[in-house]
Structure formats: C-alpha cells, structure tokens
Design a protein around this ligand. Structure first.
Ligand code: FES
Length: 99
C-alpha cells in the first residue's frame, strides 16, 4: 500500500496549518479540505465499520460519507467538505468510542 494517497501538485509549497487526526499531526495549506490534507500525509482516513478495510473517501463532494470524521465536540463531519484549520482535533471514530 502507498504511504499516502494524495500527492499535491505544488508539493514544495508551505503547509502552514496544523491539526491532529487520530493523534497524528497533519499539515495543510489554507483552503485544503481536511480529507485532502490527511490523504496527503497517509494512505487512509480510517477503517470501515463493516469489514475493517481502509477508507479514503470516494466521491470527494459530500455525498458518500466515506470520509466521515468526528471533532472533539462530537460533531460528525465530512472530511471532503470541511476546511482545514489550525488546532482542529479530529478522529476517524467518535472521541467517546461510540459509533
Ligand atoms: S468523500 Fe464522499 S462524502 Fe466525502
């Protein structure tokens, strides 16, 4: 499996934003979606609750839910529709462990 899924065209450009996803520090450019930033850093954005297979988004336009993430407040987010911001703390599963 690849070490990451997305390879930004402007790979040398600064990535000044930092947020946390499943405990890992992720860097992003302004206006990146959190899904794009996560997949530029690693090969998946979580595991399927059905078979444990890697999830990495599918539609990239807010329809499929394959990029579902949770914030600390318990909000369920679509990673492909959420802009990266400094200091976000996100998980591929709810913070309290419930699904
Ligand atoms: S990738 Fe389909 S909703 Fe985000």
């Amino acid at each position: 499996m690849a070490d990451r899924l997305f390879h930004p065209i402007a790979a040398g450009a600064p990535r000044p934003l930092r947020f946390e996803f499943d405990g890992a520090e992720i860097t992003a450019r302004p206006h990146d979606t959190v899904l794009a930033a996560v997949l530029a850093a690693q090969a998946s954005c979580g595991a399927s609750e059905f078979d444990g297979g890697a999830r990495a988004g599918f539609c990239l336009m807010g329809s499929c839910q394959e990029c579902t993430m949770w914030d600390e407040a318990g909000h369920r987010l679509r990673g492909c529709m959420t802009e990266a911001k400094d200091g976000l703390r996100l998980r591929s599963r709810p913070f309290d462990g419930a699904v």
